[in-house]
Design a protein around this ligand. Structure first.
Ligand code: PEP
Length: 249
């Protein structure tokens, strides 16, 4: 971990029921979490209100996506204004499932980030290469392209956390090695330094996501440029998520 405040997000994706979420919230409420870590969970939209009213204020809440502009006649979408109204402080944008399953493009994702930031939400900006892109030696090109779309759109990086999530590691049980993750995090920081500013490069937290669990988090957290994690599967288990939150200390 670097010098910035460690950041751990739990992406619950499209999982859970009222009952299973009540159990998860109760486990999180009783977990002991290190003080010096930003902790955020991202429930499915329909359960955010339930989570907000039952979860400790120690943990902030994120949307898993948001509409690109002000709400209105956009059937099935959720606006930034609505996320704020129900108590969200963050939104995850550009998650690989939205890019590659739903088909969201770089420019659209950049616009979403700009809008969310303009309304005061923090943005967890996800980037990452697919397996064939890594095998073709294009990891940096893809990450930089996705990063550029965010950089071209956002007016400020103050409330942006970059999540490097190699697609081949998400939900596969195949975690990147600490060296593989660190290598990309350094490259991302270097890109920010050259293309945004030295200050943004040093202050922006770059977190890793992709099959992080209670067993592999401590080794990853030792890397200097890994400033936290975005966790999918393991964030559905309260005690394991707490282990990940506490992994940098
Ligand atoms: C994610 O969806 O952001 C993620 C990292 O998932 P998992 O931890 O399950 O690989």
């Amino acid at each position: 971990a670097g010098s910035g405040k460690f950041f751990v997000g739990g992406n619950w994706k499209c999982n859970g029921t009222k009952d299973s979420i009540a159990k998860l919230v109760s486990d999180l409420n009783s977990a002991s979490l290190e003080a010096d870590v930003d902790v955020v969970v991202s429930p499915p939209f329909v359960y955010i209100d339930q989570v907000k009213s039952s979860l400790t204020d120690r943990i902030e809440i994120s949307g898993q996506n948001s509409w690109v502009g002000k709400g209105g006649a956009f059937t099935g979408e959720i606006s930034v204004e609505q996320l704020k109204d129900i108590g969200c402080k963050w939104v995850i944008l550009g998650h690989s499932e939205r890019r590659h399953v739903i088909g969201e493009k770089d420019e659209f994702i950049g616009k979403k980030a700009a809008y969310a930031l303009s309304e005061g939400l923090g943005v967890i900006a996800c980037i990452g290469e697919k397996l064939e892109e890594r095998e073709a030696g294009k990891t940096f090109d893809i990450c930089f392209e996705q990063l550029k779309a965010f950089a071209d759109a956002v007016p400020s990086w103050d409330k942006v956390v970059v999540a490097y999530e190699p697609v081949w590691a998400i939900g596969t049980g195949k975690v990147a090695s600490p060296q593989q993750a660190q290598e990309v995090h350094v490259a991302v920081r270097d890109w920010l330094k050259k293309n945004v500013s030295e200050e943004v490069a040093s202050k922006t937290r770059i977190i890793y996501g992709g099959s992080v669990n209670g067993g592999n988090c401590a080794e990853l957290a030792k890397e200097e440029d890994i400033d936290g994690f975005l966790v999918g599967g393991a964030s559905l288990k309260g005690p394991e998520f707490a282990t990940i939150v506490n992994s940098a200390t």
